[in-house]
Every structure is written in C-alpha cells, then in structure tokens.
Design a protein around this ligand. Structure first.
Ligand code: IPD
Ligand code: CA
Ligand code: CA
Length: 266
C-alpha cells in the first residue's frame, strides 16, 4: 500500500521508538521479581521512547509544534501544525508485563486531525489513517464492525481506579450497559481501544477524562474506518473534555442514549 510522505515519517518514528520499548518490555519480566520493582525502569523507557519520536519528527518536519505526554507543549515556529504524541499508551499494562500497549502519534493542521498512527509492537500491528484516504491495519483497509444491535455488541470502556475518576458514575454507567450487551472489556490502552473499534474487533468504546495524546490518532483512524466519534452529548469536544464515545452509527447512537440514562440530573 503506498503511503503518503507524511505517514511515512510518522511510521518511521513509531517503529524506531518501538524497538526500544520492545527491548525494555522484555526486561520488565525480570524486574517483576526485584524488590524495587519495574516502575522507575518503565518511566525511563517511556521517556526514551518519547525522545526518539520527538527527534525523528523534528528532523523530518522542523518547526512543527509538539504536544507530547512527557514533554508537554513544545512550541514551534510553525503553529499551524501540531504533533500529538503518546510514546507509551498502556503504561500500567507494560509495567505488569501485560502485552497490550501502543505508541500513538497524530498530526493536526489548523486544528483539524490530518494523520494518525497507532503501533502495537507486541503484535506488530500498525494502524494508520490520513484524512480522506481511509484507515489501514498494516496493508489491509479496515472498517468498523457492521453489527447494529447492542445485544450482539462487545464494547470496551475505561474503568477508573485509585485516585482517578468518578467511581460512582463509572459504576452507574456499567450497570446500565452490562444488561444490554454481549460483552464488556477493559484493555488498559485507550489508543488500542480506538484501533480495535476501527478494525471491527469491538463494536464501541467509551471513556471519560482522557488526554489528547490518548485519543488524537485513534479519533482519525476510527473516522476513516467509517465510525462515529463524539463526546457524550454528541458534540466534538473530545480533545478538550477527554470524554469519548465511538462505534458504528447504530451502536454509537444506542450506547449514547443508554449512557445518558446513567447521568444524574444536574
Ligand atoms: C492510559 C490508558 C488507559 C486509560 C487511562 C490513560 P497511559 O494512558 O490509555 O486505557 O484508561 O486514562 O491515562 O497512562 O497508559 O499513557
Ligand atoms: Ca495514554
Ligand atoms: Ca503514556
């Protein structure tokens, strides 16, 4: 599949950083048994991966602004273009030797998502999309699943944990969704949740309180795979609010109505 020059730059950066992450992931298992544990090691792996990505992108497109999880915003001379980078999405999985994590890179032009790459080094699965040109898993064009009934749907979501999120609201959400669907999953990587929706592996995904780097690439990849991506009010504030709901048109619509039943009146 011929890829645009822009996507090639992004893929090259992701694959280069992935080589380091894969090596480090191999080490995590050994560290599990050490007294100190792997936490510091993993945060160093995360930072190294970000440095590699930033360096590659800056070399290919000097001047573009960067928003990256570890470095924050690096203002460039070109403010119309912005890279949005998560060098390691699924850190907790990585830390536990649980093989579900990904690198996520998006490019925004004038505030619009233009290109996205999500790469899972463990499975060597590369999800890419450029605006208007469809979404791909490696060389294969992907589309969201065609299932239209919640009864048949497998849905991923975020579940808050210690010191994070609104636990009572999450329990209300699960209690309205659980009785209606074929299955609920929690992968621990929002980028992969979106990639899985795009590839039709699951039918929908919802989560609150995410950061732009968790979802920027995935939003474009799902859209280019024919899916709908909104916040819970059917608006497009995902990168500002961190609230996201996605699926094919029918499932997205039904899930949105269901989730709204879980909201307490304000
Ligand atoms: C996390 C993952 C996770 C989501 C968290 C994110 P990180 O990103 O995407 O699925 O539930 O809210 O922070 O910390 O592993 O990059
Ligand atoms: Ca993340
Ligand atoms: Ca991260």
């Amino acid at each position: 599949m011929p890829r645009s020059a822009l996507l090639n730059v992004m893929v090259k950066a992701a694959r280069k950083a992935a080589r380091g992450l894969s090596r480090d992931f191999g080490e995590v298992e050994n560290l599990q048994v050490s007294i100190k544990g792997p936490a510091d090691f993993v945060s160093a792996a995360d930072q190294k991966a970000e440095e590699v990505i930033v360096q590659e992108l800056q070399r290919a497109r000097p001047g573009y602004t960067i928003l990256a999880e570890e470095s924050g915003e690096i203002s460039g001379t070109d403010k119309t273009h912005r890279w949005i980078i998560d060098p390691l999405d699924g850190t907790t999985n990585f830390l536990h030797g649980f093989p579900l994590f990904a690198i996520s890179i998006a490019l925004e032009r004038d505030g619009q998502l233009e290109a996205g790459v999500i790469y899972n080094p463990v499975t060597d699965e590369l999800y890419t999309a450029a605006r208007g040109s469809g979404a791909y898993l490696n060389d294969r064009r992907i589309r969201v699943a065609g299932r239209s009934r919640l009864d048949d749907a497998v849905i991923t979501c975020g579940i808050p944990h210690r010191e994070r999120g609104d636990h009572a609201q999450a329990i209300r959400e699960l209690s309205v969704v659980m009785p209606k669907v074929a299955g609920i999953r929690r992968t621990g990587s929002a980028a992969l949740d979106l990639a899985f929706v795009a590839a039709g592996r699951c039918d929908a995904f919802w989560e609150s309180g995410l950061m732009p780097w968790d979802i920027a690439a995935g939003i474009l990849i799902v859209r280019e795979a024919g899916g709908i991506v909104t916040d819970f009010e059917n608006k497009h504030t995902m990168l500002e609010t961190g609230d996201i709901l996605t699926g094919n048109e029918a499932i997205h619509n039904d899930l949105r109505k269901l989730l709204n039943k879980s909201r307490l009146p304000v």
